[in-house]
Design a protein around this ligand. Structure first.
Ligand code: SAM
Ligand code: DTB
Ligand code: SF4
Length: 322
């Protein structure tokens, strides 16, 4: 297909009606559309592997209803201090040996203090020097903080919209969706790649999932990385008893994300521990092409390397290089 036609699918003006119509397609049609788009920009046999490390765990001032690290809930996650630079570098080396191409550092902060940001900047420089792509998720950023992270060598910043603008207030009351858009704009302006997605299975409606994808796909530029998390239900959080999402609906959310954001890495993020190999394969067929590997996400379990290696072997898929 000529380039001009290919570029015409990189749209930023998706309407709710269009995205709703995608969700409503027979699954066989939706999957076919997603695969056509996926193959235009990616090798469908490759999966990008990222590793996560919680560099500062628990005790967070925000009240995100899904989060085991919020100080508002009794979840058994103890508040820790910021890890040392040496310990972070050791974890990054191990991740590299394990085959990860990207290393993501997460901190349970509403926003980083400047002193903490200096320490994280040092970690970023060291991790980058190992030849890994760097990613961080530290909460809201000011403009100078975003620039400081860029100067330290940060490749990606993760900051999620989490859900639809309409459902947002049911999930988080301590910061607004507009606060999130502001941080995303600062990250983008600083020249850092944006990693931005959300969580499904939080008791939201189909219309909320439509709204979340519309919000992501109509950002001024599509996020380079779009993590789609399935809620990991943690005891003690307000969402611990929420009804399970139909797995097919999760697959639809991945496929619609792929169709609307063709060049983005769509990441099958939290929730894989409870997914069958077959469901993960459906997600890859729907256009997901990135996962977190390693035994732990930030505080909750993730399939270990052995299970993932065996899944990749059975599917005949390989890690994405560089
Ligand atoms: N504190 C920073 C912030 O919220 O911006 C960064 C870390 S925070 C843990 C990163 C993301 O993890 C959240 O935006 C949310 O999408 C995801 N997350 C947290 N708890 C989760 C859970 N129980 N299930 C699925 N995703 C979760
Ligand atoms: C994202 O969207 N998912 C990752 C990453 N960004 C930082 C985090 C998932 C966290 C799941 C809950 C936990 O392990 O604490
Ligand atoms: Fe804090 Fe981030 Fe958890 Fe919200 S998602 S409570 S900001 S660590």
């Amino acid at each position: 297909m000529p380039d001009t036609a290919a570029e015409s699918i990189l749209r930023h003006d998706w309407s709710r009606a269009e995205v709703r119509a995608l969700f409503d397609l027979p699954l066989t049609e939706l999957m076919f559309r997603a695969q056509l788009v996926h193959r235009r920009y990616f090798d469908p046999t490759e999966i990008q592997l990222s590793t996560l490390l919680s560099i500062k765990t628990g005790g967070c001032a925000e009240d995100c209803a899904y989060c085991p690290q919020s100080a508002s809930y009794e979840t058994g996650v103890d508040a820790g201090k910021l890890m040392s630079r040496e310990a972070v570098v050791a974890a990054a080396k191990a991740a590299k040996v394990g085959g990860a191409g990207r290393f993501c550092m997460g901190a349970a902060w509403r926003e980083p203090k400047d002193r903490d940001l200096d320490a994280v900047a040092g970690m970023i420089a060291d991790v980058k020097a190992l030849g890994l792509e760097t990613c961080a998720t530290l909460g809201m950023l000011t403009e100078p903080q975003a620039q400081r992270l860029k100067a330290a060598g940060l490749d990606y910043y993760n900051h999620n919209l989490d859900t639809s603008p309409e459902y947002y207030g049911d999930i988080i009351t301590t910061r607004t969706m507009d606060d999130r858009f502001d941080t995303l704009a600062r990250v983008r302006d600083a020249g850092i790649n944006v990693c931005c997605g959300g969580i499904v299975g939080m008791g939201e409606t189909r219309e909320d999932r439509v709204g979340m994808v519309v919000a992501l796909a109509t950002l001024p530029a599509h996020p380079e990385s779009v993590p789609i998390n399935l809620l990991v239900k943690v005891e003690g959080t307000p969402l611990t008893d929420v009804a399970a999402l139909d797995p097919i609906e999760f697959v639809r959310t991945i496929a619609v994300s792929r169709v609307t954001m063709p060049k983005s890495m769509v990441r099958l993020s939290a929730g894989r521990e409870d997914m069958s190999d077959e469901m993960q394969m459906l997600c890859f067929l729907a256009g997901a092409n990135s996962i977190f590997c390693g035994e732990k996400l930030l505080t909750t379990p993730n399939p270990g390397r052995d299970r993932d290696q065996s899944l990749m072997d059975r599917l005949g898929m390989k890690p994405m290089q560089g």
